[in-house]
Ligand binder design. Structure first.
Ligand code: IMP
Ligand code: MG
Length: 204
């Protein structure tokens, strides 16, 4: 079952974020409801298996915390640190900042990321994981920005399909900020422009 987000919601931006946030794309309530559904699907699909969840730092923090506390299966959790965004909104060279420590050989792995954008990160991480010979790898992302895809890759579990906006909140950052917003939103143009060395050409 898919959940697609349109360009705007009726949700008002909370007063304390109004200076920076232009609009709310996905509310806290919508996030909670959808994450619960994903947890249930994952629980059903992996029942009877020994699950290893591999989560990408740092954008998955909130999503992961909400997702796994509703998965009532024995599971182990590990992280891979990967950084591709530097300070702006354009993808750059991928750098691994933390390696996997758990042994995933012969295990069922669920790879969790915050957002599937060009697909470069997911593709690169999947290549890295496959070398370790897990029994099966499934992928789960909170957000899917299909319009920007470069690699031929889709996630097995998707929270929301979103339009081509650079979004922040619920773990997602812009220049390492705004991860703490409890909703997913779009920043005001002057914020994006203030940090970028070059103007963003694409409409977000
Ligand atoms: P990809 O490699 O282009 O698929 O990008 C994936 C990574 O880029 C994600 O893990 C995010 O960290 C980051 N990213 C892509 N789009 C956004 C966005 O709209 N907001 C915040 N981070 C994003
Ligand atoms: Mg990320």
């Amino acid at each position: 079952m898919k959940s697609t987000v349109r360009k705007s919601t009726d949700a008002r931006v909370p007063a304390r974020w109004r200076a920076d946030v232009e609009r709310v794309l996905i509310t806290e309530t919508q996030l909670a409801r959808r994450v619960r559904i994903l947890s249930r699907q994952i629980e059903r699909d992996f029942s009877g298996r020994e699950l290893v969840i591999v989560s990408l730092l740092s954008g998955t923090v909130m999503f992961l915390a909400d997702l796994i506390r509703q998965i009532s299966l024995p599971l182990r959790l590990d992280f891979i640190g990967v950084s591709s965004y530097g300070n702006g909104t354009e993808s750059r060279e991928l750098v691994f900042t933390k390696e996997l420590r758990l042994d995933v050989r012969g295990r069922d792995v669920l790879l969790v990321d915050d957002i599937l954008d060009t697909g470069k990160t997911m593709k690169r991480v999947l290549e890295k994981l496959r070398v370790l010979k897990p029994r099966r790898i499934q992928t789960c992302v909170l957000l899917n920005k299909a319009a920007r895809r470069i690699e031929n890759i889709e996630a097995d579990y998707v929270g929301f399909d979103i339009p081509d906006y650079f979004v922040v909140g619920y773990g997602l950052d812009f220049a390492e900020r705004y991860r703490n917003l409890p909703f997913v939103g779009v920043l005001k143009p002057h914020i994006y422009e203030s940090v970028l060395p070059a103007p963003i050409k694409r409409k977000r």
